[in-house]
Design a protein around this ligand. Sequence first.
Ligand code: PXG
Length: 458
Amino acid sequence: MAAIEKLSGPDLQQLDSEHHLHPFTDHKELHKKKSRIITRAEGVYIYDADGNKILDGMSGLWCVNAGYGRDELIEAAAAQMRELPYYNSFFQCTHPPSIKLAAMLTEVSQPQLNHVFFTGSGSEANDTIVRMVRRYWDLMGQPERHTIISRKNAYHGSTVAAASLGGMKPMHEQSGLPIPGIVHVEQPYWFGSDRSLSPDEFGLEAAKAVEDKILELGADKVAAFIGEPIQGAGGVIIPPDTYWPEVQRICDEYGVLLISDEVICGFGRTGEWFGADYYSTTPDFMPFAKGVTSGYLPLGGVFVSDRVTDVLIDKGGEFFHGYTYSGHPAACAVAMANLDIIKRERLVDRVKDDIGPYLQQGWAKLGDHPLVAETRMVGLVGALELVKSKDPIERFEEKQGVGTICRDFLVNNGLVMRAVGDTIVCAPPFTLSHAEADELLEKAWKCLDLTQQAVSNH
Ligand code: PXG
């Protein structure tokens, strides 16, 4: 075989099968099909090893918000690596990029969030929060107050604590999770309910599940509630408008810390800087990752409120927690350059006032397709619900894999969107032009047609 670095195409696929274990992948199935190898990208398009040009309706994995091919981000990383490629923030040291980035981040976040703890990923951010939350209540003299309430079908990451916070049953079943002290309540998924209540009534009902759980456990046992403002990996579940204000009220009433997981919603996805801003909640913690660097380098972190930092700093002594790559200088430099782009190009406003509403309008029209029972989108994050029958609503059997059939048509026709069961989700880069939005919508409609034909031929 030729030198490994010279290999391409089918040879690379072979090598991939032989040596590479992919995340969230059935390898037996993959080895039969071989993986799609993405070799380069520009703007909102990715290109595969077979030369196909594909519109990236998922921003990579909900992260390349500023689009591909941004020289500014590449230069920021290179310049920082020349100056100082690595140093840590342990042992009373740090470096300019992490200091400056922490300050820049607190400028765009809510007033109570004045400190940032850096991590390498969103999972590490959520692990950090589990430890900080429990430490906080210990220091408050309430060591019994350790239980964190999360939601079924939530996704908060893949490490042991983050997967425990998540409400993904298959993940729990494979690894003896959740760890103790994490419980899950119903998600605010109106379409997934029997729809006997109005969305607003249902939102209040779903919020009541949080209150009921607090009362069941005893408020003196409940440390925090965690939720994604809009559940991403769970199928872009946009809660009814009544949900978050009621959850905020409940957290306030019982003194429960509120964690808004901004790994997907953060940095403009909803048309506001953070999902918490969109829903007017005032969280004590906000984990973030992905969009902070537009995915150009791995970086995550946690915004921590004054309520918590005042106690951790004043009473806490040393907090025994941190990662080698907490605040990696090159990643921080890229994040700063990325924040500059977001501000200069007014990308958050663009999502709110321009491309967001434009795509939303076309997205809603996909609801005219016989296969689509519900469309929803906030900012640039949306979903389509595929069904067997629209009136009355009847869903496909899971084993038919209709979402996956549609997803495969999409990618083979030049558009990446994800399938979560029979829910098709979309989260394109903020730089998407109107013409590219039209292309996305045309391809989506065409693939809905192809899916319908494929399903009715069975
Ligand atoms: N919180 C949320 C809300 C996320 O969406 C994480 C935490 C974990 O972040 P890291 O950086 O550790 O991956 C995520 C990640 C999918 C998919 O298939 C979504 C994520 C990751 C991988 C796949 O939609 N979100």
